[in-house]
Design a protein around this ligand. Structure first.
Ligand code: MG
Length: 376
């Protein structure tokens, strides 16, 4: 699974006051859109903007790709989807920039629901009585049963929502409307009152209070991992998801991808969630010859399900040969794709051990890894 987040910041809403469009107004020390972007750190992110706002967008982008939107909300989202269409994305979350206080729990609920649905979105039941009115008087009441307030992020199977947007004519209130028009099923997950859309001046104060609560719980975890595999007869080694031609292979129960195993253990370590051998026992024949992507993806999904973004990962391979440098970029790409991260947050480097010890004698390869996780 490779997940992307689209932050929709292309609107011109000025009702909130302050002269700037609301997503660019300052809130708790940075523009509103910056808070929304930060909530999705660790995913591939696209910030879709009005062309006039490029300078503001660049000040908050933090590595997110900036895409210029169209004349309508639907056109803006489509532009962002098209920009992601060749990136191997499987799930996408589409979020209003004007909802800065979105919580990690809410994002996790939408992602989890997407495992079994083409679309998933947060909703809150309407609890106030509903009236119709004209000229300052109540003219009637409406039944509120079965009515919900829609929130974002709205999550979708990437290919399905791209196809839906390509087929959609005109604007839409949100992406659920586009999805349903294309016949997709969208399930509801519980929304969050704190995840309100900033519309009126008073909304900013409430959002600031919600964000301060989040800030007080700032939670950063770090884990390390170490692994060794011995050489055996063969003609290639798997390292960090890349098959590297070599005069030997690595011996192991799985594909023996020593770098990926160290990184997987680093993520489990940051979560205090045991190690790779506990989750995938070598005694279990189903993991014989297994692709180590399974292990790394499990660790990354576990981090996400516990409300953490992996904000950086660093792997060091220790060997005399094969030479890692020519393959490092492909390894970073492979690891980033498996973990659903931006590639500039993933490092792969190598060192020799000056011909000392078991790695120096070319008896095997060792790997060390560090992962940093931040609660969203
Ligand atoms: Mg291993």
């Amino acid at each position: 699974m490779t997940t992307a987040a689209i932050i929709v910041a292309a609107g011109r809403g000025l009702r909130a006051g302050g002269g700037l469009a609301k997503q660019w107004r300052a809130l708790a020390g940075q523009p509103v859109a910056g808070h929304a972007l930060a909530a999705f750190a660790g995913m591939a992110r696209v910030l879709v903007i009005h062309p006039d706002d490029r300078a503001l967008a660049e000040s908050v982008a933090d590595g997110a790709r900036i895409v210029e939107g169209g004349a309508t909300r639907a056109a803006s989202v489509r532009a962002a989807l098209e920009a992601l269409s060749d990136q191997g994305i499987t799930k996408v979350l589409i979020h209003d920039a004007a909802r800065p206080a979105v919580s990690a729990d809410l994002i996790a609920r939408v992602l989890t629901a997407l495992d079994h649905a083409q679309g998933a979105a947060p909703a809150l039941p309407v609890t106030d009585a509903l009236w119709t009115g004209a000229e300052g008087r109540v003219t009637g009441t409406r039944d509120r049963s079965g009515l919900f307030r829609a929130q974002t992020p709205q999550g979708f199977d990437f290919d399905a929502i791209l196809k839906a947007h390509r087929a959609h004519q005109g604007d839409a209130a949100d992406d659920v409307e586009v999805a349903r028009a294309a016949g997709l099923t969208v399930v509801m997950v519980p929304g969050d009152e704190a995840n309100q859309k900033l519309t009126f001046p008073g909304d900013f104060l409430r959002a600031e209070q919600a964000l301060q609560k989040t800030g007080a719980r700032m939670d950063v975890r770090m884990g390390n991992g170490y692994d060794v595999h011995a050489f055996c007869e063969g003609d290639a080694v798997w390292l960090c998801g890349v098959k590297v031609p070599h005069g030997k292979a690595l011996l192991g129960h799985s594909d023996a991808d020593v770098g990926m195993h160290a990184l997987t253990d680093a993520i489990y370590g940051a979560l205090a969630a045991g190690d790779i051998g506990q989750h995938f026992p070598p005694s279990d024949p189903q993991w014989k010859g297994a692709d180590s992507q399974i292990f790394l993806k499990h660790a990354a999904d576990l981090a996400r399900s516990r409300g953490f973004a992996i904000t950086s990962a660093d792997v060091t391979l220790v060997c005399e040969r094969p030479k890692i440098g020519p393959h490092a970029a492909a390894m970073r790409q492979a690891l980033a794709a498996i973990m659903g991260m931006e590639v500039d947050r993933v490092s792969v480097k190598a060192t020799t051990s000056e011909r000392l010890g078991f790695t120096g004698r070319e008896e095997g390869i060792a790997a060390l890894a560090t992962a940093v996780l931040v609660a969203r």
